[in-house]
Design a protein around this ligand. Structure first.
Ligand code: EPZ
Length: 417
């Protein structure tokens, strides 16, 4: 099992290129099932979750040609309609296979995804929506089996919570349904917009993606398309916070500042100097930071995927602060690990009360989930002494070339097998 060794205390300096968005690429890759024509997706990050998805598409029946960050997906004569446990358990986003297969094959059997380190993460909102679109659903033998013999029918679907995955799954199904669908209380994340743009290039008729109400006119057939995935806003947020926690001065390239407005505002309020250019952000530490409380919300609020990273920053910012996690019911797995670095953190329900320590001390730590891992790397970069971070396969799921990018910024960081 690989580990990352960090000798903390270096100020990060220089430029870092932000990769394509994992959470945008995933639904877009699944969307390739909606057509038999070739699709080409560019700016796809080289990540474990992407490879899992490509293997999944190959299992279902697609031919994959991957060159660097570009993926070409070719059709096959027929597709399997079963998504087995050993594929689904690797990545929760595998549930996005449901929408396209239901729409194309009128049937799909998907192994229940199970929870993951950040909570039970049910799929009730997805299933409710598929029922509304006319699917008959049966849960048996650990599988969700869905049938829509006469095809899906457009419907009005009101989400009890603006679930990102459910919104994506509905889009992936409704584009080929008969008639019009309307999603009310839809997720507004940029990844939803990116998916809708790709689907519209394939011949779909979607309006309102990125707002809380999305209208989809079903079409008969979808065709191939070419698409560039948007930059990864959470990777970008992670590097911005890395600049803050190491008192650094870095320039992010290939980034869309509007997609992380909430994080930029919090960093500015804490005292970081930030200038935005067309597709670049220059962030520089100029003075002792002030604490800032955060409360995670759906987009465009402060992103839950950057909560752990902010907690690490506040752990070494003089004063008291509170971090409130409203989106997931158990996204504090990084807290006990941050305490090993000397962080003063108290969990109380959805809140973490933080007392900034003068300094953190390097420590051995273990990654529990993707963004918790990012928080441990940030703590290691800021801490005095050496940190040894294990189970970094979680990091490989979502951060492309992580240690190479940090090394280029001047961090003393290396990966050992
Ligand atoms: C997406 O997960 C992201 N993953 C997550 O990023 C991100 O944290 C999350 O959206 C919130 O922004 C991908 O895009 C692949 P949700 P998703 O459905 O779609 C509950 C990362 O680090 N819920 O919006 O699973 C759920 O339990 C990952 O890259 C239901 O109760 O998120 C959670 O508490 C981690 N029933 C909340 O809603 C459902 O049917 C948000 O979930 C669906 C969700």
């Amino acid at each position: 099992m690989d580990k990352i060794i960090i000798k903390g205390g270096k100020k990060l300096k220089g430029k870092v290129g932000i990769s394509g968005s994992k959470n945008s690429a995933l639904p877009i890759l699944f969307a390739s099932l909606l057509t038999d024509e070739p699709v080409v997706i560019n700016n796809v990050p080289n990540l474990a979750d992407i490879n899992t998805t490509l293997a999944f598409l190959n299992f279902i029946g697609k031919k994959i040609i991957k060159k660097a960050n570009s993926v070409k997906i070719l059709s096959s004569l027929d597709y399997k309609h079963i998504a087995p446990y050993d594929l689904v358990r690797k990545m929760r986003a595998s549930v996005l296979i449901m929408g396209p297969l239901l729409a194309r094959l009128k049937k799909v059997d998907v192994s229940l995804p199970g929870g993951c380190a950040i909570g039970a993460r049910p799929i009730d909102i997805h299933l409710e929506a598929f029922k509304k679109l006319g699917a008959k659903i049966e849960v048996s033998g650990g599988y969700v089996k869905m049938r829509a013999e006469n095809g899906l029918m457009g419907a009005e679907i009101k989400l009890r919570f603006p679930s990102v995955g459910a919104t994506e799954n509905i889009l992936l199904a409704a584009v080929l349904a008969k008639g019009k669908s309307k999603i009310i209380n839809a997720a507004k994340e940029p990844e939803i917009e990116d998916l809708a743009n790709f689907l519209n290039k394939m011949g779909a008729k979607i309006k309102g993606a990125g707002t809380k109400t999305i209208i989809i006119e079903g079409v008969e057939k979808m065709h191939g398309a070419i698409h560039n995935v948007i930059p990864d806003r959470i990777e970008a947020a992670t590097y911005l916070i890395a600049a803050a926690i190491t008192k650094g001065d870095i320039i992010l390239e290939n980034v869309i500042a509007d997609h992380i407005r909430a994080v930029i505002e919090k960093l500015k309020k804490s005292g970081m100097h930030i200038k935005e250019y067309k597709s670049k952000i220059h962030i520089k530490w100029i003075k002792k930071l002030k604490t800032q409380n955060i409360s995670t919300e759906v987009y465009p609020g402060y992103p839950t995927d950057a909560q752990a990273q902010w907690t690490a920053l506040m752990s070494v910012t003089d004063g008291k602060s509170t971090v409130k996690e409203n989106v997931f019911e158990n996204r504090f797995m990084h807290i006990p690990e941050l305490q090993r670095f000397g962080a003063d953190l108290i969990i109380d329900g959805k809140n973490v009360y933080i007392k900034g320590a003068k300094k953190l001390s390097g420590a051995p730590a273990m990654v529990s989930d993707l963004r918790a891992g990012a928080a441990l790397v940030l703590a290691g970069l800021a801490a005095e002494g050496e940190s040894i971070i294990s189970r970094i396969y979680h990091l490989d799921r979502g951060y492309e070339l992580l240690e190479k990018k940090f090394k280029k910024l001047g961090a003393d960081i290396k990966r050992i097998s």
